[in-house]
Ligand binder design. Sequence first.
Ligand code: DMJ
Length: 571
Amino acid sequence: ILVRKLRLRKSASPTSFRLTEKFILLLVFSAFITLCFGAIFFLPDSSKLLSGVFFHSSAVETNTRTGTDSVSNIAIGTDEKILAKIRKDHEKALVEAKDTLQKRPDEIKQEIQNDKEKMMKFAWDSYKRYAWGSNELRPVSKQGHSSNLFGSIKGATIVDALDTLYIMEMYEDFDMATEWVEKNLDFNVNAEVSVFEVNIRFVGGLLSAYYLSGKEVFRKKAIELGEKLLPAFKTPTGIPWALLNLKSGIGRNWPWASGGSSILAEYGTLHLEFMHLSKLSGNPAFAEKVMNIRKVLNRLDKPQGLYPNYLNPNSGQWGQHHVSVGGLGDSFYEYLLKAWLMSDKTDDEGKKLYYDALKAIETSLIRKSSGGLTYIAEWKGGLLEHKMGHLTCFAGGMIALGADGAPEDQTGHQMEQAAEIARTCHESYARTTLKLGPEAFRFDGGVEAIATRQNEKYFILRPEVIETYMYMWRFTHDPKYRDWGWEAVQALEKYCRVDGGYSGVRDVYASSPNHDDVQQSFYLAETLKYLYLLFSDDDHLPFDHWVFNTEAHPLPVIKKIPDTVKPHQLE
Ligand code: DMJ
């Protein structure tokens, strides 16, 4: 019976369909047509489809115009008018978007880069004029300033600014700075320096200047200084001292650091520079020292996978269990990720340590406020302090930089997290009177992203928030990051610029600025460089070739030798 029925159905002509069958066919047909039109208008990037299907299809237009059916001609005429209007609006919107995206950043870049009175030029000229040779400038009192971080080494601003001058094509100033380095930069001083600060600013600055300009003097000076820092590692564990007398080679730790401990962010922020020192000098000692730090850390238990800020270099045991992605901890995490990236992604240990640490940070420190702001809290002996430092804001950029290599499909999640942190840090600026961020802001006692303690309300020209905008811009091209950077430029110009340079301010919530009278060297090394890069093309210092040290000094990726290349082919 079934076979007969089928035969009957098979032989039936279309005209012999029953009414219900015809109705169903009609329904299916109209659904199909609707779907086709819907796809054209609503699929992602419908503008591209529209321009392909409608706007440039002149053959179709000509044919329809020469058609004979007068009714459809009227319909087509109306459609044409609508389409022409859509096309015009669309093109206008594109031109406008192009204008705002291309013209404004260019103008801004001009302001930051070239204009004599603007930013880098003004900061540098003021330093030259009032403080040449000193470590930093006092822009209100118009004289030199020296913090004890550098002992009696001089010229911190010169060395820190070298690569920024080069990158911004201020070559005359770069040459002048080079001459000063050749003639005056002297490490034979009988004074105690911060190993970390001297490494990130002086060794980092010299290495970048060498890689950018190829001038031998920078390579020599970087190695000379690196060798002077080596005695800092003479401890029972090889975890270096924080402070070192460059002449005697005697080291010690900060007196305030828990039980004589070394600091995570200090001994953990030598890796990038020391790997390059070994490469440039042929002396493996530098690399061995920093690889040993990892070994010591790998042997230790981590509370909840976290790294406490304090580690005793004699006993090799943790000090107080304080954990922070801001001050005392920050750049340790940054250098795990960047060690992997700088090794051309061959340092798998660095990679694993970074992503494991980030996972622990996410579980134990990252929180969302009731107002929806994501922040990274601090951890003290198991208790959370709902405070985030300006320093911690670099983490948005770091997480974005690492998102691409994240394990277990975490890339999207990490990008979202980075964007959320950028937003929170922007809020910390937006919620102040001067539109500059406080040193630390809190998420308790009824406030969100606001400093509540007087001693946390200052702004010292730090770069971290702008650094995060720069990374976020490169990875997303969301114009809001340039807008936010531009807001910062305006605030810096309005409230930090004084007669003799740029100054930090004591209270970002005050109605007018009270200047602290210091133009920090990192303002030229980092803040202005990141601003410049925020408004530059992506191929200006591309991330697959350059890794920025924690003071924004670009160091080249050390390319792995392809398996196919035999050693003799390298000669
Ligand atoms: C810089 O010297 C470096 O970025 C360091 O890692 C942290 N602090 C300052 C800038 O705020």
